[in-house]
Design a protein around this ligand. Sequence first.
Ligand code: PSU
Ligand code: MN
Length: 299
Amino acid sequence: MLEPVLSAEVLQATADGSPVVALESTIFSRLGLPSPENATALDRCLAAIRSNGAVPAITAVLDGEVRLGIEPECHDRILGAARKAAERDLAVAVTQRWEVGATTVSATVAIAAAGGIGVFATGGIGGVHRGAESTFDISSDLDALASHPVITVCAGAKAFLDLPATLEYLETRGVPVLGWRHDWFPAFYVRSSGLAVPHRVETASAVALVLNSRSRPSTGVLLTVPVPLADELDPGIVERAIETALEECRRDGASGPAITPFVLGRIAAASDGRSVSANLALAEQNAAVAAEVATALTS
Ligand code: PSU
Ligand code: MN
């Protein structure tokens, strides 16, 4: 069974029933953001959670252990991680004693649930890739959202995915998708994908109530928060960068887990780095909203 090792602070917080927000580590590793912005992103997310009254719990694999809560002296190991650990990799990472594994959304909801934590903040989730009808590339994030009772706070799915298919898949798997004071499913760098979000919510306590009213013990909730208005990118620039990058992936044979880091790098280049500042702003905002939700869950 998955038995995460809790940091002293997270252990104390869970014992006291204090609010805790889990964070994944892929977004802060070199697979998610360039250096040194990845360190800035981590600092801003940690500060946003603390200033909203919750304790942050970063997940990762370190020295063959699945960790929930990482001490500051180990943050550099997260920032330098170059190997991704999805939920299915966790058992292997422990068995093979991986030195460092950066957890994805799927791994993090599994670890959070195992540690009794009900809220998790990230940037964008994985989902159904464009062309999945022939590649079968559907992120295990979606299965994990349906399999663990955790509220995942995100700015929608990664922009280069097939967003209508991602929403359909979440519907099939019974995951409630909520819009935070917003009517549209966000497209990560852009506030609206043009697809309506199934349900709008106005308060953290309404979000907590949805989790507590679920019909299946295992299902999670997806709370989507649009990128702040001031940081939103031009949808035309994003879409052109995505199309060029996906074409390059096909030509160079990049596939599977390699696609995400590759396309994110190309979007950053095409937007003169504005995609990176948008990513930081949305991740920080998600962390702040997640802390509010964590507080509502524990009160
Ligand atoms: N979205 C981003 N940056 C990322 C990811 C998502 O903007 O780095 C990461 C998350 O950790 C997510 C993972 O869980 O990519 C999904 O990868 P895949 O498509 O290989 O399942
Ligand atoms: Mn995949």
